[in-house]
Design a protein around this ligand. Sequence first.
Ligand SMILES: NC(=O)c1ccc[n+]([C@@H]2O[C@H](COP(=O)([O-])OP(=O)(O)OC[C@H]3O[C@@H](n4cnc5c(N)ncnc54)[C@H](OP(=O)(O)O)[C@@H]3O)[C@@H](O)[C@H]2O)c1
Length: 320
Amino acid sequence: MAKLIVVCGATGQVGGSVAHRMLKEGWRVRAITRNVNGDAAKALAKQGAELTTADFDDEASLTKAFEGANVIFALTSQFWEHLMTLGQQGAGEKEYAQLLTIARVANQTPSLEHFVLHTLASGEKLAGPEYVCPHWDYKDKAADEIKRSMPDLAAKTTFLWIGWFVSNMWTLLRPMEVPGTYGGHIWLVPGAASTPMYMTDVATNVGVFVHHLLAKPHLSLPAKYVSVHTDILPYGEALKAWSAVSGKRAEYIEISDEVCEGLMGVFGKELASQLRMNEKAGGDWGRPYGKDFVTGEELGIPASELLNLRQSLEANKEKL
Ligand SMILES: NC(=O)c1ccc[n+]([C@@H]2O[C@H](COP(=O)([O-])OP(=O)(O)OC[C@H]3O[C@@H](n4cnc5c(N)ncnc54)[C@H](OP(=O)(O)O)[C@@H]3O)[C@@H](O)[C@H]2O)c1
């Protein structure tokens, strides 16, 4: 009988990538959503996923949703939902609490063989205490707490980092057209163009990574950190690639943290804290994690299965 993977966030970008790939691999996929009547949920059901309703804040609903799971793929997306109302620390604490709620329930799931949890590196560990970036640090803090207080679960856990989403370039961080420039665009960024960034096409690559790490569990257990990325490039190179693929002229403009916050409010403050941390950290995000940091090459993932930055932009050309 096919193994069962329960996927949190299955109707979103990250979880959707996992759910779609594992369905293709012939697994039983149980997709968690708060709205089984939504379009993304219906599309998953059509492809063979079982739908279940659960909320990350409700342990009883998660216990039911995780029942019988061989694998649980989990994430939280609460940070951005709560940032405007709770501020950076408050949203971080909320996300931390949710990560631990999910982990506690996973820890009490007797059938569980492998727990894959989306976290990120710690800005503090990478760049120092003045570079804490709440939507990264609280995720890593949750990973540390799982290792400290739930050793049985940690033994079955892979922490999955997901690089900067290429889809940001046609969604929330898209370059803006400047009126009166005959099609010129600007990208306002609170960080240097030389800032190294790990990049990935989420829709394809997250599912590919999860499929491969589940096939060779000894490479990412216990409690290793796997980074889903194809390119490590200066941030300014992403704009050059966007420009080359879209055929639109674009200029990179570094703005101060204060200007970014003035333009985007607390969202801009968080964005600046990430970019400044990445700028200071340099191009080796795995350094503080030593041998526990695992790359796609170490997992034996063929580059031919992944979409790199350029391929991802080409595949989404009409959205640029
Ligand atoms: N943008 C970037 O460059 C970047 C880079 C690295 C990491 N990230 C991280 O990626 C994550 C966001 O993932 P995403 O883009 O896939 O999000 P998304 O597309 O917005 O999807 C969110 C998913 O989470 C589910 N969800 C949200 N709150 C829930 C709750 N209380 N209970 C149950 N399900 C809930 C939603 O399900 P329903 O609505 O169907 O219930 C949906 O499936 C964040 O943790 C973010 O920090 C982003």
